[in-house]
Design a protein around this ligand. Sequence first.
Ligand SMILES: Nc1ncnc2c1ncn2[C@@H]1O[C@H](COP(=O)(O)OP(=O)(O)OP(=O)(O)O)[C@@H](O)[C@H]1O
Ligand SMILES: [Mg+2]
Length: 259
Amino acid sequence: MSSDELLNEKTLKKLDRKLQDIISRTGIEKKTLDEVFDKYTLLTIEKFISDKIFDIVDFPISTGKEGNIFRGVKNNKEFVAIKIYRISTSTFKHIQDYILGDPRFKTIRKTRKDIVFAWAQKEFKNLQRLKKIGVRAPKPIDYRNNVLVMEYIGTKTKPAPLLKDVTLIDPKKIFEEIIDFISKMYKEAELVHGDISAFNVLIHKNKPYIIDLGQGILTEHPNALDFLKRDINNIVRYFKKYNIQADENKIYKKIVNNN
Ligand SMILES: Nc1ncnc2c1ncn2[C@@H]1O[C@H](COP(=O)(O)OP(=O)(O)OP(=O)(O)O)[C@@H](O)[C@H]1O
Ligand SMILES: [Mg+2]
């Protein structure tokens, strides 16, 4: 049975009730909900709730180009981060370029929806790789269709800030750790993030967490080395404001020559 067939009248009514429920409980604007929670996505959320991955969708953490992030709550006290890739308005072309070069996704059908789903799956798998090698990042919890559930990084009241929005107490330590993460990803997980910058690192309890792994690519990808160079450059450049001088070519060579 196709998922569209699942959308019979009874299901739709249930979804509408759910929607009203979410609006009244969370105060999320109807406009945001309409944009993010197309019916397909609501069904997916519903399934997570019935599988007890989380109980409610809490406040929105961020509204981005390709998706939205919400906090989810489980058992009244545990939190998760829910990343929802928008099916309708995602920058499809951008996503397509990354997915089509990845051998792990050779066999997927290439409709828009399939590609968005593959993207969520790709971020999940990349997070799994990081977990395995001990690079600090949100732990992957589950994914389904266009929705990814992962560890929430932050406090009870607010999500952790981005690197770009904090003043670091020990910038050298953080800098070295991020470079070490880039190196470990390349050498031990055969992965290049491809979009590391002060926008995609969270700082929580004075420690960096790498996020936004959707566009991460395998080292065998033809653009892997260019992306690696760019990642190193972004970080080296950013930390200049803390007077940290580092030779990015040296860092790059050390990583790719494995010495
Ligand atoms: N696990 C998490 N815990 C807490 N906050 C998170 C988590 N993951 C992401 N965020 C927050 O949500 C924002 C968007 O997440 P992410 O970078 O993964 O998505 P994006 O598609 O790049 O969105 P954007 O277009 O805004 O960059 C982050 O900048 C961060 O503030
Ligand atoms: Mg981002």
